[in-house]
Design a protein around this ligand. Sequence first.
Ligand code: DGY
Length: 321
Amino acid sequence: MKPEILVASEIHEDGLAILRNVGKISWRPEIRSEEEMIKEVSGKAALVLGTQKVDARVIDTAKELQVIGRHGVGYENIDLGAATNKGIVVTWTPGVLGETVADLSFGLMLSVARRIALGDRLIRSGHWRSAGFLGIDLTGKTLGILGLGDIGSRVAKRAKAFGLNIIYCDLVPRSQVESELGAERVTMDKLLGESDIVSIHTPLTEKTFHLIAEKELSMMKRNAILINTARGSIVDEMALIKALQEGTIAGAGLDVFEREPILSDNPLLQMDNVVITPHLGSATVETRRNMAIMVAEDVARVLNGQSPLYPLNPEVLSRPR
Ligand code: DGY
């Protein structure tokens, strides 16, 4: 009998075709609650996962589960320790979505700086621009990048082409990006105080939870723009809303939120100085296809008794199964 695979993420058809060859698919990308996940994952050998939470409780009830394939790069939603304890292999899709997320980060930056989304709303509501409808140039400004890893460094490459000065904050120095793009590693305080745009590209961990809160926002320039395409909870959203309302900073471009989908009464939805998108970071045809194939091939490998190419907990593989 074919193993059962729960697909709880919108994945490209080419990934589904790979999964169909190895198992019987339950297609449930709309699952959001833990209760639903617990119910649906029961009896499944594999789970292809989006950003839904898979904690120790879910893992404990998933007795047949051999592999969790994370369709993406952020894996803060998975209790990796609990999966490892149960001998469940967790895989992910590193390296395929960096350019795509960097494009969106830059798109948000341009959209806030040049008021593109606002211009679009104006004209659709029957208005034309007024004399004071002015944006700001990116050229010559300073971009502060929080986290100069795969995505952050691709944002830096784009920034260089746009004539921005680049400063960054990271746990480790990124000497190649420094020499190629002239990026300068600085302290967090300096980055917040000197950047005209701050763009976030760190993973969400215990250390980065609310990394940008009231104090950090108050250290930013009053004309600064905050861009977040990483994870909503890296920013204290209530503090950000207050900072935007009070003019502590000038604007924000946000693809991620503390609660997703965003609630309809979130004040961010009413702000003209904010551009928001519904967690679209990796959402292009090409990248989603690559991610789907990558996650599906690794899930298929595990179900066929082979080692996956992109395990997050390789220690599980050396244990007898
Ligand atoms: C990721 O890969 O982490 C993206 O945010 C989509 O989940």
